[in-house]
Design a protein around this ligand. Structure first.
Ligand SMILES: [Zn+2]
Length: 117
């Protein structure tokens, strides 16, 4: 894995992520339910390509491939939050299923910050 190249990619991904262009579009595809799901699949796959590492593992100094794109702020059906790419983060399955829930409990108890002994 080319981590150095990866890091610089992470920095520059902001301005480029909006260039969806025609790559996700197929002939005859409409913006119905199928299109919506397809759009998310494509956006999710692209996000994982651009951000292939679990952000929570990375924060802990580990390198783990992410397989899930998580909404940092729960979107609860809010379309704006759902599609806001700054609200997306790559997570491994372990962090998505366990640590996120634990973190949400801790955030609720302490507010966001370092875990004190
Ligand atoms: Zn992880």
């Amino acid at each position: 894995m080319r981590l150095r190249a990866l890091k610089s990619t992470l920095r520059t991904v902001g301005p480029t992520v909006r260039t969806l262009g025609d790559s996700w579009r197929t002939s005859g595809m409409t913006t119905g339910q199928r299109g919506y799901n397809y759009r998310w699949q494509q956006a999710r796959a692209r996000h994982l390509r651009n951000n292939p590492l679990c952000t929570m593992c990375e924060a802990a100094g580990r390198v783990e491939l992410a397989t899930v794109v998580d909404h940092h702020i729960p979107h609860r059906g809010d379309q704006e939050l759902f599609w806001r790419e700054s609200n997306w983060r790559s997570l491994c399955v372990t962090h998505h299923s366990s640590d996120k829930q634990r973190q949400e409990r801790e955030d609720a108890r302490h507010g966001i910050g370092p875990i004190a002994p």
